[in-house]
Design a protein around this ligand. Sequence first.
Ligand code: BGC
Length: 417
Amino acid sequence: MFRYRTVTPLVAAAGLAFSGAAQAGGTVEVLHWWTSGGEARAVGELKNSFEAEGGTWIDSPIAGGGGDAAMTALRARVVAGNPPAAVQLKGPGIQEWAEQGALADVEDVAGAEGWDAVLPPVLAAIMKHDGKYVAAPVNIHRVDWIWANPEVLARAGIEAMPTTWDEFNAAADALLAAGITPLAHGGQPWQDATIFENVVLGVGGADFFRAALVDLDQDALNSPTMVAAFDQLRRMRGYVDPNFSGRDWNLATAMVMNGEAAFQIMGDWAKGEFLAAGKVPGEDFLCAPTPGNGFVLNSDSFTFFKVSGEDNIAGQKLLASLIMSPGFQATFNLAKGSIPARTDVPLEAFDACAQRSHDDLLKATEANALVPSMAHEMAISRSVRGEFLDLVTEFFNSNMSSEDAAGRLAAAVKRAM
Ligand code: BGC
């Protein structure tokens, strides 16, 4: 369906005049996995803004935190020759699809709006294939966070958020002694891997993280440092409740909100859940980086697949322009728990956790301690990531020794490379 209209205010504001069909609002089918309370609120902002610009939004949500189910659904759609126009897809996955010839570029929008000048180069590089933008980033999520319920901590006499893993373990032991579940966790492979990668950063530091989880260096994977990381993970297995298996991440966040558990280790989409429930940062819940110096980077983006029909192509261009508009980046990220991907969006309206994320991002960039998330598909191919997830989950759910885990991880990664 075509809906011709004059140039949209947003497009006009960006100094960008689309021609012909691009002046229509356009239609876009969006495949995403944002179905929790906070996520639905954030994607609702995108849908409303798109419709306000005259677009027609076809929603294709695939439930499942971390997006593994969504990626399976995407493959089926592409194989059937019927890809959605825009897909929540990120990291090296973008390049994998681009190399298969499945993506469309939005370089005309990106060039006219000057995206290169307002994106951190590290993100711009992920969004481009052959020098052309094929995806648009909506945010910067930090993965290495601990969330806590201050009332529950007080019940066990804990006055401050832990800043080392020893302090974390001491706090968790005190909580256990007070009959409180220390760690709200959902036993799903991507959640196990989220804790694992944060522990790897904390125990080994950013250089070690990069060697093991990005460069897949055999010596780093099968090293005493990796054994020490698995030792900490083993300890954390003792801090979760008996019903953790299969639990969704947002239900784990709810346990912290409701005072059923003290901590959750999760990216700042968890903050989106607290906020959607009306909780106030610094009062109802606390945030602190997981112990260690660095920043585990995750960034959501929408990737554009090759579709036919002027209406669909117009919809892609409108969505690309909208996603990258400063106003939208502010509104969306206030709901999502993340910070804008654009570097020029004022952060005054953002809370202290977001400010901390931004400050630490700059510090980590300066100190070369910014690392891409393995668990959230920013670092390595899906197939090698799958080996990490399988091994880490097997370790978490068995009595495998840390030495065996490091050895088996190195071997599995070698086979998959
Ligand atoms: C995504 C977030 C999402 C989270 C849980 C992460 O991989 O980047 O946007 O909220 O998974 O579903």
